[in-house]
Design a binder for this molecule. Structure first.
Ligand code: NAD
Length: 477
């Protein structure tokens, strides 16, 4: 049974209740986590506050850097163990789970290098004055994490917060806690003081809500669905607690007729099948210039038909979806497509070895999806690619911007001037030109516009969000 991790100690929930952990590859329960409650959040926040007030605020930036670097090395040393936990817990194919563990180590490495480079400024003011700014940590930060990339999202959120001098209380998704509990233990081994990093598991409406409401939380970093993001924002607004929201996406890949199709093909496929399409920045809409719509779909269809889905341990192109309700969600989208006559170009194959009780879904390529259809508007969060054609740049931009989301966009063209024209007009937090980074790039500031959220994580930019600016004006004559 897995326990919470508070003040460098493994503790059961005061509720005395547990939740089952299900392996998505076979649908079987293999572990238990704590079903925590508001009292457990209270203990974690108290431990964090005590750490901040007694120890952490005195720890120098250089020492924070050394601690994060030691944690990065610990994660790298335990990468196989962490990857195996994630593989079992989330149904990630081996390669993906290993990539996530490597990314976690890299996040801590990146943020280790940033601690002593974050500083304020001096500002020219009136005669007889000196004015300077200090970048100060918020204090106790709350981190609510989704299930799709637990290690990566934990790394970017907690790594940035600790680097900037905060302490953390983390609520992982009830569907994916195991790797993060282990990382918190590794942080204690690396020398982080008791209370700097605390993990409390349980349901969102119970512990997540308690965390967001807790008056001792000074900043909330939420990554998850737009619906829950709205709830967090409302709860936080009551006490004016700052929030960073990393929400969903319906990201377009815009392919012009002059694009290098040999580069487009594998990247477009990977951007929708990676992690079985359960990626906020999945390239889930394919916008193709009319002249190459048919030939590109033909090549993509052939490639989709070759994709294979199976148990995580088989390490195929895709593993299972996270849970049965997610599988049902994807089926609902696909049955709508069928009822409404949206043509299916191709589907991959689920291998015979996949247990019936696992949550499998074959990757699916749909064409001529009407722009206002829910398949072109809403996050499926599964391996479903919706293709549509455009005639010119204006139509491409209008289709790209025609959803409530704005997380990532891919632009594929050899025309340099067009690359910039489209990049400027697309409403999106990130733009990739002749490449696409679904979830990639520790160094690259990441976040959305519109309903994809606000604030930035990843890169150096994240540190500004995890600090507040104090202006100090001195009159010395
Ligand atoms: P979710 O919103 O259901 O859950 C996210 C987290 O919020 C979980 O830990 C959950 O327990 C918690 N939660 C649920 N209800 C809560 C409540 N009432 N109060 C407080 N916390 C609550 O999302 P999910 O299904 O875990 O993840 C998928 C979603 O996350 C997708 O929409 C995806 O696009 C988004 N996502 C966004 C990014 C990004 O960086 N933009 C990254 C990954 C995932």
């Amino acid at each position: 049974m897995q326990l919470n991790y508070i003040a460098n100690a493994s503790l059961p929930s005061s509720s005395g209740r547990v939740l089952p952990v299900i392996d998505p590859s076979d649908g079987q329960v293999f572990e238990e986590i704590q079903r925590s409650n508001a009292a457990d959040i209270d203990s974690a926040v108290s431990a964090a506050r005590q750490c901040m007030d007694a120890v952490w605020h005195k720890v120098s930036a250089a020492e924070r850097s050394r601690l994060l670097m030691r944690l990065s090395r610990k994660v790298a040393e335990h990468a196989d163990e962490l990857a195996l936990l994630e593989q079992r817990d989330c149904g990630k194919p081996v390669k993906q789970a290993r990539a996530d563990a490597a990314a976690l180590a890299r996040y801590f490495e990146f943020y280790a290098g940033s601690c002593d480079k974050l500083h304020g400024e001096t500002i020219p003011y009136q005669d007889g004055y000196s004015v300077l700014t200090w970048r100060e940590p918020h204090g106790v930060t709350g981190h609510i994490i989704p299930w799709n990339y637990p290690m990566q999202i934990f790394g970017r959120s907690v790594g940035g917060a600790l680097a900037a001098g905060n302490v953390c209380v983390v609520k992982p998704s009830e569907d994916a806690c195991l790797s993060l509990i282990r990382v918190a233990q590794l942080a204690a081994e690396a020398g982080f003081p008791a209370g700097a990093l605390n993990i409390v598991t349980g349901y969102g409406h119970e512990v997540g809500d308690a965390l967001a409401r807790h008056p001792g939380i000074d900043h909330i970093s939420f990554t998850g669905s737009p619906k829950v993001g709205t709830l967090i924002q409302q709860v936080a607004a009551e006490r004016h607690c700052p929030v960073t929201l990393e929400l969903g996406g319906k990201s377009p890949q815009i392919v012009f007729a002059d694009a290098d199709l040999d580069a487009v093909l594998p990247t477009v496929i990977n951007a929708i099948v990676q992690n079985a399409g359960q990626t906020c920045s999945a390239g889930s809409r394919l916008l193709v210039e009319h002249a190459i719509y048919e030939p590109l779909l033909e090549r993509l269809g052939d490639a989709f038909a070759q994709l294979r889905v199976g148990p995580a341990a088989m390490d195929l192109d895709l593993g299972p979806l996270i849970r049965q309700s997610q599988q049902q969600r994807v089926w609902d989208f696909l049955s709508d497509a069928q009822v409404e006559g949206i043509p299916m170009v191709a589907q991959g194959q689920i291998v015979d070895e996949a247990p019936d009780a696992g949550f499998y879904q074959a990757p699916t390529l749909l064409r001529d999806v009407p722009v206002m259809h829910r398949l072109a508007q809403e996050e499926v969060f599964g391996p479903v690619l919706a293709a549509m054609a455009f005639r010119d740049e204006d139509e491409a931009v209008s289709l790209a911007n025609a959803t409530r989301f704005g997380l990532v966009a891919g632009i594929w063209t050899r025309d340099g001037a067009r690359q910039f024209r489209i990049a400027k007009r697309v409403k999106s937090g990130q733009v990739f030109i002749n490449n696409y980074g679904a979830g990639g790039g520790v160094e690259l500031p990441f976040g959305g516009v519109k309903s994809s959220g606000y604030g930035r994580e990843k890169g150096f930019e994240a540190l500004y969000g995890f600090t507040t600016l104090k202006t100090v004006a001195i009159r010395h004559g």
